[in-house]
Ligand binder design. Structure first.
Ligand SMILES: [Fe+2]
Length: 347
């Protein structure tokens, strides 16, 4: 490891002299700026759903979804407290919408994903279309798309929110607008975008649109069916078992431009080969039970628990039961700029 050159009295005096002109010596900081390997403040961590759920229900009694705008508890990385970051580039939180509540319509330049953890029948509306949500569904609210949430069911609804907030903040490109109404007008029937874009068909003259997928709900029942079929067919990848990425059907690219989203099945008894990649990744277990070794730490997980793997930390998953893991990371951004890297160990 290269260290910064020594600070002699003459050098210190020089640094002090140029400081008032907003100048600083690169050689004093170079080894911290350009590191031989990713060096992140992001730490491995796990949040138990039971703990989150209890805290959220307490929050539910303290503030309405409407007053909060979004009633969310942020999953703060223990190495980056106070920054609303789960990784250096990503935000994650768990949102609660109680029966009869609405989270009012707004839109922003941050893209958002939802992964439903508990509850059935609450809805998200995006750009004039409503979708009903069920556990394991992956729902998108794209860049600057109007969105609101409501719960007409009789049970609380919890989902994981993932947003590219830190990334957009780093780019100084944040905008938000509020519609000034609880719910946006709905102009399309339920299932419209799924029928147009979600069954391997596209409207005949469709020329493509924004980089985000035109499908905004990828329902779990269909995803799960595919995973079961693939498990039977094999082969299993040594590092990932069965791992699929959600895609934009118009381009084949990731479903969202800034966040890669993945669904993975680990058969009962499967132990993955050691793997690491430069995209720090947030995982949510939707089914099953197991443990994940991240670097030197081991995290036991069960249904709806959420954990984060920092960039370039070695990961080994062990599935005690047949398990399904949803995950998301900034991989599409890293791929676009050519810096994404993986290390499959000896797999
Ligand atoms: Fe939002």
């Amino acid at each position: 490891m290269q260290h910064a050159p020594a600070e002699t009295p003459e050098r210190k005096a020089f640094y002090a002299k140029i400081d008032k002109d907003n100048l600083a010596p690169l050689w004093a900081v170079l080894s911290d700026l350009i590191t031989p390997e990713p060096r992140s403040a992001c730490r491995p961590a796990l949040w138990r759903f039971d703990t989150i759920r209890a805290a959220m229900l307490e929050a539910g009694a303290l503030i309405t979804a409407k007053e909060a705008e979004r009633r969310v508890l942020v999953l703060e990385n223990p190495g980056m407290r106070g920054l609303s970051q789960i990784t250096t580039s990503l935000y994650a939180g768990v949102q609660l919408v109680l029966p009869g509540e609405v989270a009012p319509a707004h839109r922003h330049s941050q893209s958002a994903l939802r992964f439903v953890l508990e509850g059935k029948g609450a809805h998200t509306s995006v750009n004039g279309e409503r979708t009903l949500m069920a556990p394991g569904d992956f729902v998108i609210t794209p860049y600057m798309a109007w969105h609101d949430h409501g719960n007409h069911s009789d049970a609380p609804m919890f989902w994981l929110d993932g947003l590219d907030v830190p990334l957009i903040a780093a780019l100084d490109a944040s905008f938000v607008e509020r519609l000034g109404a609880d719910e946006q007008p709905i102009g399309k029937p339920l299932g419209d975008s799924s029928a147009r874009f979600g069954v391997n068909l596209l409207p005949v003259d469709y020329k493509g649109g924004p980089p985000t997928s035109p499908i905004f709900n990828y329902p779990y029942d269909r995803t799960r069916e595919a995973l079961a079929q693939l498990e039977k067919a094999g082969p299993l990848d040594a590092c990932h078992a069965i791992k699929m990425r959600y895609t934009n059907p118009a381009t084949g690219d990731h479903a969202m431009p800034t966040m890669g989203t993945f669904i993975q099945l680990l058969p009962k008894g499967f132990t993955s080969a050691r793997y690491r990649a430069t995209d720090a990744t947030v995982f949510a277990a939707i089914e099953g039970r197991g443990r994940t070794r991240i670097g030197e730490q081991v995290f036991e997980w069960g249904p709806k628990d959420i954990f984060v793997v920092p960039s370039w930390k070695p990961v080994v998953h062990e599935a005690e039961e047949e398990s399904v893991l949803f995950s998301f990371s900034d991989r599409p951004v890293q791929e676009k700029i050519g810096v994404w890297r993986e290390d499959r160990g000896n797999a």
